[in-house]
Design a protein around this ligand. Structure first.
Ligand code: FES
Length: 286
């Protein structure tokens, strides 16, 4: 019964268009504050080959959970340790929040609303822990513990929303996670559909859509056309210096090996081998 009630509440939250009045301009502002390139790559986890935010959440949650254990079980002896852990949780929550905001600024619609609620909950939880640390520092241990417990309850609810965004809504899940590629060659286009240095085309191969482009030297490059970050159509992006830039959030992929030159994508784009024979182009997945 409980999950159904939660599911319905999350469904209503996702459809609460009134949240857009704040969430939309805020997401735009954050996107403008985090320029594409080194900063965005660092916060997205492009350098790591994995989204950074889910990893970083372990730090504040771990600190605050251990602080709660000391508060509840260690008595007076645990007070100094608990205060230290509450403070560490606050400090480590800052890069965690920055990475989450970088991810959130790329979302739209229901995901943006749910992410806004997730961020708002975490902001309140972080404030509670900040006040908890201050109260402990002033010697008001009871108040510090009460604020810590309140922060923990709010952070737990907010973590549920974060999990919902990833596991139910697929935010930041690689769009190729469930690919089952065949290694068979597929005839996809006439060779003259691809002019050297000309615009890319998209062709269907099984369940995938493939971007085909012929570089100036005549080499045919083939990548999945579905951007692994959030599904953007790469053939609508720009081709420049051996790379394709996704039209949705600006991830840049190398055409020769699908590697990520710039995020927010964190995983490489699937690559296809391309072959020219008898005036036709055939591809098969690497
Ligand atoms: S869909 Fe986000 S960068 Fe391509």
């Amino acid at each position: 019964m409980a999950p159904r009630v939660i599911e319905q509440a999350l469904g209503r939250l996702g459809k609460a268009a009134a949240l857009d009045a704040v969430a939309k301009p805020l997401a735009k502002k954050i996107a403008a504050l985090i320029p594409h390139g080194v900063v965005k790559d660092a916060l997205s986890g492009t350098w790591l080959g994995h989204p950074l935010h889910p990893m970083l959440t372990d730090l504040p949650i771990g600190c605050w959970t251990n602080a709660m254990a000391l508060d509840l079980l260690a008595g007076e002896q645990g007070r100094a340790g608990a205060r230290f852990l509450v403070g560490m949780g606050v400090v480590t929550a800052l890069p965690t929040a920055a990475s989450g905001l970088a991810d959130w600024s790329d979302t739209l619609g229901e995901e943006r609303r749910l992410g806004f609620a997730h961020a708002a909950g975490n902001t309140v939880a972080l404030s509670c822990y900040g006040l908890s640390w201050l109260a402990r520092r002033k010697g008001d241990h009871r108040r510090g513990v009460a604020l810590g417990l309140l922060g923990g309850a709010i952070a737990t609810g907010s973590a549920y929303l974060g999990g919902h965004l990833a596991w139910r809504r697929g935010v930041n899940v690689d769009r190729h996670a469930w690919d089952h590629p065949s290694d068979k060659w597929t005839d996809v286009a006439p060779e003259d559909a691809l002019a050297p240095g000309g615009p890319p085309i998209a062709v269907g191969v099984g369940h995938d859509q493939v971007l085909l482009v012929r570089e100036g030297d005549g080499a045919v490059r083939a990548l999945s056309d579905v951007c692994g970050h959030a599904g953007g159509p790469l053939h609508e992006g720009t081709i420049e210096r051996g790379c394709v830039t996704c039209p949705w959030h600006g991830s840049v992929f190398r055409l020769d090996d699908g590697g990520v030159a710039h995020g927010p994508a964190t995983g490489p784009q699937p690559v296809y081998e391309a072959e020219l024979a008898a005036g036709r182009v055939s591809v098969r997945r690497h």
